[in-house]
Ligand binder design. Sequence first.
Ligand SMILES: C[S@@+](CC[C@H](N)C(=O)[O-])C[C@H]1O[C@@H](n2cnc3c(N)ncnc32)[C@H](O)[C@@H]1O
Length: 183
Amino acid sequence: MKITEMAHLYIKTALQEGGVAVDATAGNGLDTLFLARQVGPGGRVYAFDIQEEALRRTSALLQRENLLERVKLIRVGHEQMSAHVTEAVSAVMFNLGYLPGGDHSMVTVKETTLTALKEALSLLQNGGVITVVAYPGHHGGKEELKALLDYCARLNSRAYRVAYTRYLNQAHQPPALIVVHKL
Ligand SMILES: C[S@@+](CC[C@H](N)C(=O)[O-])C[C@H]1O[C@@H](n2cnc3c(N)ncnc32)[C@H](O)[C@@H]1O
């Protein structure tokens, strides 16, 4: 199982039909598509990306699957999430790094990622889940992951349960998954 598929498993535990979810990094749209299927016809997904190309790819994928009307595509940094999402959410997904096959300079960075995580926590309802897939292998990725781990390790254990998963026997610097469950 890919680590992104593991993130989907965690999201499924918290996101029901009719629910509201956020994809904080739309990219190629695979996570947005997963969330749109999960929320069903009565649900809503907010999908953020700073790149027009990413939102174009995401929109095309959703259109092919006839699911575009469940999704609001927002070309704004996820650090401004709460200005655009004005309701409580059950799930937020982050898949950090850069757009595969796109501009590698348009990459997530630790400062805005941390701000976005805090925004996501403020929107999350009880029982909700945030997943963060982080890639320490690219420039700045190791520092971004460390900042996230330092922050998450200090979250109040009465309010949140935080898990950290990494395949130990993969070469180089395998991606990491952080899961925050609001109790
Ligand atoms: C690894 S890709 C996401 C993959 C995507 N979840 C998928 O399923 O295809 C990371 C994306 O984060 C976007 N990104 C970078 N900084 C961002 C920010 N501040 N706010 C929102 N998206 C950002 C990049 O443009 C890129 O498209």
